[in-house]
Design a protein around this ligand. Sequence first.
Ligand code: FAD
Length: 465
Amino acid sequence: MTNISAARQALSHLDIEKSQANIRASSRDFFWYSPVLKPRLDHVVADFVVRPRTQDEVIEVLKVCYAHNVPVTTRGAGTGNYGQAMPLAGGCVMHLIHMNAVKEVKLGRVTCEPGVLLKDLDAHCIAHSGQEIRMFSSTWATATIGGFIAGGSGGVGSCTWGSLRDLGNIVRLRVVTMEQEPRVLEFTGEELARVSHAYGTNGIITEIEIPLAPAYDWVEMFVTSEDFGQAMAFADDVANSDGILIKLASVYEAPIAHDYFQRFKPYVTQKDNLIGLMVAPHSMDGFKTLLKRNLGLTLIYRSDENDWERGPGRVFEYGWNHTTLRALKVDPSVTYLQVRYGFPEHRALVEKMRTEFAPEVLQHLEAIRMDGKLGFAGLSLVKFTSEKRLDEIVRLHEEAGAIIFNPHRYTLEEGGRQSVDDRQLRFKQEADPKGLLNPGKMIAWDDPDFGYDSMYVYPKIQAAE
Ligand code: FAD
């Protein structure tokens, strides 16, 4: 029997949230990006929120909640997009905001706690020895490294370094299990896949070791072209130029920049496709040479020579899922899809989807290395009309050969490749025998025979009020 009040009472000496409004706020993430998830998850709220300060306190929370059968959903900063950090069955939200120490920086690596913000981690490594993290979500300013590893996939830097799941992009994770006597385990190599991008369903990450790269004062730029094909090809070419070091190459089909990027109005027209770039200072000569070879491209902004009356801010805060955020602010009927366009068909496939769906679907592409080959992650903007039409657009992409990671689902499987990750499931059986960690997010745990022919509905989701 679940005994919420006994668990809360037993943890009352820790930092426990008292305000109901804050408990509600700490139970939400960016699920509302999805018109499919919004009505289904809007009512979800934890019974209590606790903020441990140390790994020992994490262990205490897990032990107490295990004893009283209370579900535990871990929270970094709650910037995930698919209800990942939302307590579907209520219970405890364990917010790791206090566990934000950077423990050690060495040449090529850093060890830290999970609750440190990506921007603070970067700042620490730069100040320590001129090093920076290889990749980060565009929520760099607000998201935690633990949430990025447990809930994210890649982002700024993925054009050079690939995704978080690529071998070498995480060195070591320390993980606490949810058992009568929680164990503390160290994972490296193959074991990392058990808990990375597992939404905290099978263990809590309490220490992280990731690789670093030399830090640069990146030159951030915007380039326009009236020809979408040219804009896409240029981003692809820059990212494939072996001698030019970049951290970002994003492409935005017209009229995204004009209609949704408010500070761009004086500098672009409705016909302008936009490319956002981060280039290392020593690569600028090579970059400018490549730019000159492409007639029709116009450099409209350089962060180191800014002449805009109101500067655009960080270039990466237009990219990845920030594009959707900016579009939503202007037009609440916009939503998005997550698409993979793999090499060597990536450009042809994008053009095919564009021909089929524009302007209902507008292309937003991020250059990303996949198994060493440059392709595109698409975070396409979709004009939402109905769930039926959205499902149809997903199906038509898949039939054309574009892989969809559906952002309108809250389970690991449906947001991934619609298949069970055996490594994550087996580790959950071992590390969370009562199934109390972030319940409702792993279909394989709840319903191994689920057929994926309709959206999974977690049976114990709190009833809407
Ligand atoms: P949360 O949302 O708090 O948590 C994410 C998941 O991890 C949850 O399931 C949570 O339970 C689990 N979790 C958190 N900490 C731990 C822990 N210590 N141990 C175990 N489980 C844990 N994602 C990308 O990958 N790339 C992007 O570029 C990107 N851009 C985004 C832009 C916007 C505007 C928004 C709203 C989202 C974006 N995202 C992106 C999604 C999200 O921001 C990232 O995944 C982010 O890094 C999550 O960090 P967080 O601290 O907010 O995690």
